[in-house]
Design a protein around this ligand. Structure first.
Ligand code: FMN
Length: 359
């Protein structure tokens, strides 16, 4: 009997049992009408990757409020109607044997833009956009909308909105809730000295800059049933002088673990124009191993994972607990089933597709 490849070893986390260590990384689809309700696109896109054998399928950055969106086409979870629209999506993912997850997000100063294929131009309120708010009144680059500084009430409201959205996510049937604390969105704007110039309790030293993320994590954890897993995605580095650094991220990882976070996904960059891993996202892969070893929290690795052997090595060598794939999953929804074949693991194709394999 051959040993099961590490990539296909189940992972237990609270009430979850992932059938393998392969996660579909959250990816904005910009496929909603301006109301933020899920459409058939979400069912087909996420459902195909669940049928394609992934252990965990995470729906895109999903806005906790209308003013939390990146664009008018973003998915939302700010009302029971949004949960209702996502219910069939989560149910289908789970029916395929995958765990249904969703990433909760607030864009802060990176909100009110066109969808990327139109050009990311900021959309003024006169054209259906909104006036963006952020920790400090600093725009994202020369073409970003000028944000208003968030008041203490704005901050409290945003924390409450994350907790409310988490309740809606559970009502929709999601069992893995990921907080988007990365990629230059609102929580990251609080963390990075490049975007936070506040002099109150929410800015200044490290403890004040991470306060927003920690308060969100605690509020969401308190809103979730015990068996639902809570994850957080961090940009481990800004890759810019004077910015947020890996040492800060590991320190925060330890605190988030105390706050009830079960897994930290290690991404990087996107706090400002030019904030990106040198040579592409593969450069951030080693951070997951360090997050695990330095904090004891489970870690997810993401960035240029394309080959089954590469994913297997990351899990087998302690580089990560879960690997997340984005673009490779767009290219091939059945990536996980092909990886099982390549590594000699048992992972049956869905019965209606059985004739695709074995001649
Ligand atoms: C189309 C697309 C949409 C994305 N949307 C999100 C998102 O909603 N949330 C997020 O955290 N990352 C998002 N990302 C980043 C990916 O999740 C991932 O971190 C990045 O693409 C690197 O992984 P890869 O090399 O496997 O593509 C997106 C990436 C792509 C390609």
């Amino acid at each position: 009997m051959l040993k099961t490849p590490s990539l296909f070893t189940p992972l237990e986390m609270r009430g979850l049992r992932l059938r393998n260590r392969i996660g579909v990384s959250p990816m904005c689809m910009y496929a909603c009408a301006p109301d933020g309700l899920a459409t058939p696109w979400h069912l087909v896109h996420l459902g195909a990757r669940a049928a394609g054998g992934a252990g965990l399928v995470v729906a895109e950055a999903t806005s906790v409020a209308p003013e939390a969106r990146i664009s008018l086409a973003d998915l939302g979870l700010w009302s029971p109607a949004h949960a209702q629209a996502l219910k069939p999506v989560a149910a289908f993912i789970e029916a395929q044997g995958a765990v249904a997850g969703v990433q909760l997000a607030h864009a802060g100063r990176k909100g009110s833009t066109q969808v990327p294929w139109v050009g990311r131009r900021s959309v003024p309120p006169s054209e259906g956009g909104w006036s963006v708010r952020a920790p400090s009144a600093l725009p994202f680059g020369p073409h970003g909308a000028p944000p208003q500084t968030m008041t203490a009430e704005d901050i409290a409201r945003a924390i409450f909105q994350f907790a409310q959205a988490a309740r809606h996510a559970v009502a929709a049937g999601f069992r893995y809730i990921e907080l988007h604390l990365a990629h230059g969105y609102l929580a990251h704007q609080f963390m990075s000295p490049l975007t936070n110039q506040r002099v109150d309790d929410w800015g200044g030293g490290f403890d004040n800059r991470v306060r927003f993320s920690r308060e969100v994590a605690r509020a969401v954890r308190a809103a979730l049933p015990d068996e639902v897993a809570l994850a957080a995605r961090l940009s481990v580095s800004d890759w810019l002088d004077g910015g947020w650094e890996p040492g800060d991220a590991f320190r925060l990882g330890r605190l988030l673990r105390e706050d009830g976070v079960d897994l930290v996904v290690c991404s990087s960059g996107a706090i400002a124009p030019g904030s990106a891993p040198p040579g592409g996202p593969g450069a951030q892969l080693p951070y997951a191993a360090r997050m695990r070893s330095e904090t004891g929290v489970r870690a997810g690795a993401v960035g240029a994972i394309t080959e089954p052997a590469q994913a297997e090595a990351l899990i087998a060598d302690g580089g990560a607990d879960v690997v997340f794939l984005a673009r490779a999953m767009l290219r091939n929804p059945n990536w996980s089933l092909h990886a099982a074949q390549a590594l000699g693991a048992q992972a049956p194709w869905p019965l209606p597709y059985a004739r695709a394999v074995g001649g």
